[in-house]
Structures are given as structure tokens and as C-alpha cells.
Design a protein around this ligand. Sequence first.
Ligand SMILES: Cc1cc2nc3c(=O)[nH]c(=O)nc-3n(C[C@H](O)[C@H](O)[C@H](O)COP(=O)(O)OP(=O)(O)OC[C@H]3O[C@@H](n4cnc5c(N)ncnc54)[C@H](O)[C@@H]3O)c2cc1C
Length: 390
Amino acid sequence: MQPNFYDVVIIGGAVMGSSVAYHLLAAAPQIKLAVVERDPTYTRASTSLSLGGVRIQFSLKENIQISLYAQELFSRLEEEMTVDGEKPFLNFRPQGYLFLIDPPGRPAAEESLALQKRLGCEVDWLSPDQIKKEFPLLEVKEFVGGTFGPRDGYLDPYALLMAYRSKAVSLGARYITDEVVELIKSGNTIEGARLASGQIIHSAIVVNAAGAWAAEVARTSGVELPVVPIQRQVFTIKPSRDLERPLPLVITPSGLYFRSETGGLILVGRSLEDDKVGFDFNWDWGRFQEFLWPELAKIVPTFDTLKLVRGWAGLYAQNSFDGNAILGLWPGLKGLYLINGFSGHGLQQSPAAGRYLAELILQRPPILDLSCFGPKRILENRPLKEGGVV
Ligand SMILES: Cc1cc2nc3c(=O)[nH]c(=O)nc-3n(C[C@H](O)[C@H](O)[C@H](O)COP(=O)(O)OP(=O)(O)OC[C@H]3O[C@@H](n4cnc5c(N)ncnc54)[C@H](O)[C@@H]3O)c2cc1C
């Protein structure tokens, strides 16, 4: 094959692109595969700026199955990703996710819990007294209870990305540091991509794994994707007193979340209605003070005094159509595959989504059927319902 001709070209080499690359090469080592990634430091990739949470508590069957797969996988992934005897350290900490439930949210929470249990998940309903006993710092009088997933937790997002990338490289993936400026097509068939350096890379299969930039990339071929970059801010605080034991990830009905981080720190965030749309990475401590701290201190009174250590802003590749993954072949353009729109839960979905897309490309029967996330639903206006935090 000539140098710039590939069987598969992947645009974006963060967690999604690298997971697809790994799964393709693990299943079909002979294929010639390139990943075009413009920023090998991944400074602005959502993957690096993620909280790394893995939770079973979704309300859509397929999202729950994806998380079950991830939970099982994370106990053995370090072994699977070992390259030349070097084992990655993903630092998976199963410290739990606690969703606090208010009276209006109870029916939906019970429905999701029943579905999770039917699918074999470990999730429990906790009464306010049980929550208080388990997590004495929390003030939960205004809640009717909570759902607690003891096997939920978080891992190091950058380590997961690097694990997939290193393994893909060891299997033959070529990472090209460049930017895709245009998708090249002939009629309704994809033919490759033009890079900022002027190079053209040819491939009959192109995967859009460009995260929050996915719509921009797709638009160069005339495809309109409902993927919007929305800025989300996260704050790191240091309580005035050390906690006796780590807090799980706690989510309130308003969407406020917080959890323990290493070093006695706490991470806090909340998606707000007026979060900026666009590629803006500035964060503002005033948002913590005005919108997050009052609610936080109400639920954890000891956080009434604290030190704001730092913050950061990252982008959700928000699927403005239904908040769920867009996964599969774009119906109008032969050869263009999408792995986009993961909103706030893509990290934990990267193993299952990457594997499924590889199976689709290789035309192999999928181990986990994720066809409900196919892009066709957008053209047919069939949104997928996910009641949880997306
Ligand atoms: C603050 C925050 C918290 C989050 N918390 C969680 C969580 O707890 N759990 C969870 O599961 N998920 C979480 N997420 C979501 C998760 O991080 C993302 O869904 C996931 O990382 C998306 O991965 P990706 O590879 O699709 O995108 P990205 O990581 O954004 O990667 C896209 C890559 O494409 C490259 N690229 C873009 N355009 C081009 C181009 N034209 N040419 C070449 N390269 C290009 C970029 O440089 C980038 O490296 C969070 C996200 C944020 C922002």
C-alpha cells in the first residue's frame, strides 16, 4: 500500500479514537490504520479534563449494560493493556455513587433502580437514616432517600487514554500529529481527509472521534451533527477539617455533584443552564461561590468553611438531540463512522463504544448490541430516553 493510503483513518486520538484503534487492531492486526490527533498533549481534550466517573446508575438499558461491561473490564484492563511488560495504572477507586432523591424524583428513581436490578446491577435504595448512618457528614432531611451503587467509582482518565493509545501503537497504529481540515468525499462516498499540513490521507473508512469538535469536522463533508461544545466547570476545594473517610460521588436533584479526590481534596461541579456554548476554557471562581457553594454547604454543613484551591473548564460534546451517544455509520455518506456526542459520560463508555464501532467496521456480530445509538435515529427524529444526568 502507498504511504498515505490506509484501511481506516480515525480523526481524534483521545479516549474514543484510541479505543476504536485498539479494538480494530486487536481483532484484525493486518489492517493499516492511522489516527490523526492535532494535540498529543491532550490539553483540551475532554478526556483529560474529565472526572473519570464510572456509574451503573442510568435509566436506559443499553447505557446500564455499557457500564456493567466497564465495571467488569476495569478489574482486568491493566493486564490487557500491558505493553512490553509495562502495566498502566488506572487507579480505579470503587468509592460509590450516591444519587440523592427528592419527592418528585422518587417514581423515576424507583423505575431506574428496578431496571438496574433486573439487569443484575449492585445498587441499593437507602433511606435518609441509612444515608446518615453511612455518610454522617451529609444532611439529608429534605430527601426521601438515595440510590447507592457501591461498585461505582472513578479512575484516572488520562491513564485510560494513554493505555489505549500505547496498546494501539504497539499493535501498529500510526498516530499523526496534524489537524484534519476537510473530509474528502466523492458523491456520497468518503475518500479520506485533508490535513492542515497540506497532506491528503486516503481511506474508504473514516471515523469521526473529534469529541466536542465533531460537528465542525463533519460539517466539512456537509453532514450536520447535533453535537455542541458546552463548557462545564469543575472546582477543587479543601475542607477546613480533614474527612474521616472519603465521600462517594454524591449527586443532588439539581445536578450538583461532589466527591473526594486524593490529598484530602473535594471535586465539585454542576451543569448550569447558562453554561457557555463554544470553545471556552476559562473558569470563574465566582460561579462556585454564587451557584454551587450555598447548596453544597446545605448538604454538607462542614463545608461552610473551605478553601477554593483551583478550578478548570472542559467541554461536554453535548448531543443536543437526546444526550446519548451517536455511534455508527452515517446513513448519507458511505464510509463515515461516528463515535460522538457522549455528553458527560463518555469516559466510562469508551471501552464498549470503541469495541462496538470496531465490530461494526469489521462487520462482525457485536458482543453488546448498541445499535439503538445508531445515527439514523437523528434523521428519523427518534430520540432515546435517558432520565439520568447526561
Ligand atoms: C468536566 C468534565 C467532566 C466529565 N466527567 C465524566 C465522568 O465523570 N465520567 C465520564 O464517563 N465522562 C465524563 N466526561 C465526559 C468524557 O470526558 C468525554 O465524553 C470523553 O472523554 C470524550 O472522549 P473523546 O475522545 O470523544 O473526546 P476528546 O477527549 O475531547 O478528544 C477529541 C480529540 O480530537 C482531537 N481533534 C478534534 N478535532 C480535530 C481535528 N480536526 N483534527 C485532529 N484532531 C482533532 C482533539 O485534539 C482531542 O484530542 C466529562 C467531561 C468533562 C468536560
